[in-house]
Design a protein around this ligand. Structure first.
Ligand code: PBG
Length: 323
């Protein structure tokens, strides 16, 4: 008890604080999302995400230049004209994401390459699954498409596929599909606890994946339900996931913390587009010190249990950590 006990003794100087530090960030924790466009010589900034660009495959190198982190997560952004009811462009083994994987594996072999597996950017309606005649999302008919998408990414050389469609059974279907094609080394990072969040807005602008009717509440998790999220995530572990992810990150740190206790798989967290936009815009108008606020947000995500963090700040942070 005070006055014998004094918490401030361990906080007295920077070296003492460093010695007692429980959590620290490292470049090895960072996964950089990259949006890949069709065509040549394109590099377009996303208006709602200043500093984040969509690039054509030939210019991916510019996104990776100076990035010291561990991994990239690729999203295909097809042309409007390529979208259809069956997400055909997602299933083309010469398609956008496959070409991007090959390119990165050739030019930056030290990077772990992860690919997003979901139909929403490739369907004309923008939903993550295919639509049945009654207008609902057809879970079971979507599974073979997701499995096929994962297989072509694996064959192109992706180290990991990251299914984000929130269809029941998708992890099992993808694991079976990969194994059947001999892709036994391709890992699956499940967007296991993915909430129906309003923080995906800027991403949907970027990926052109805003659903043109309804919303994603019939497949993504309700933000108020922690137990349901843990249950859903643990099913993905049973189906063969190698990693589990919680998304978004900061609004769901309690879920991340609990999931970390419940599983022995490594756990990732996704600091999503809306979280990036909040930090970026606040920093741009002078309300926050960008570097301090970003590092604190990532440290908090790590403290809550994340082994890896997907963040649009990954490149910037990997540079900050060097200085
Ligand atoms: C695709 C997908 C989404 C995100 C990642 N994969 C959007 C969504 O579900 O609407 C969001 C990422 C972000 O906001 O940064 N299903």
């Amino acid at each position: 008890m005070f006055p014998e006990t004094r918490m401030r003794r361990n906080r007295r100087s920077e070296p003492l604080r460093r010695l007692a530090r429980e959590t620290s960030l490292s470049a090895d924790d960072l996964i950089l999302p990259i949006f890949v466009l069709e065509g040549q010589n394109k590099r377009w900034e996303i208006p709602s995400m200043p500093g984040v660009c969509q690039v054509s495959v030939d210019r991916i190198g510019e996104e990776l230049d100076g990035f010291k982190g561990a991994a990239v997560l690729l999203f295909g952004v097809p042309d409007e004209g390529q979208k259809d009811a069956k997400a055909s462009a997602a299933l083309d083994d010469k398609g956008l994401v496959c070409r991007a994987v090959e390119r990165i594996k050739r030019d930056s072999p030290q990077l772990v390459v992860i690919t997003d597996v979901c139909l929403c950017a490739y369907t004309y309606h923008g939903h993550c699954g295919i639509i049945s005649e009654d207008g609902s999302i057809d879970n079971d008919a979507t599974l073979p498409l997701l499995a096929r998408m994962a297989v072509i990414h694996g064959e192109a050389g992706a180290d990991m596929v990251a299914p984000s469609a929130m269809m029941d059974g998708q992890i099992g279907a993808i694991r079976d599909g990969l194994d059947y094609r001999g892709l036994t080394e391709t890992a699956v990072m499940s967007y296991a606890a993915k909430f129906a969040s309003s923080f995906y807005g800027p991403f949907r602008d970027a990926a052109g994946s805003t659903p043109d009717f309804g919303d994603r509440k019939s497949y993504q998790l309700p933000p108020g339900n922690r137990r349901e999220a843990i249950r859903d995530a643990l099913l993905d572990e049973d189906e063969g996931a190698d990693w589990l992810m919680v998304k978004p990150a900061l609004p769901f740190l309690d879920v991340l913390c609990e999931l970390k206790e419940e599983t022995r798989l490594p756990v990732a967290a996704y600091q999503v587009s809306g979280e990036y936009a909040m930090l970026k815009h606040a920093a741009e108008c002078g309300a926050l010190n960008e570097r301090d606020a970003v590092l604190e947000s990532l440290l908090s995500i790590k403290r809550a249990g994340a082994d890896a963090i997907i963040t649009y700040y990954a490149k910037q942070v990997s540079k900050w950590l060097e200085t």
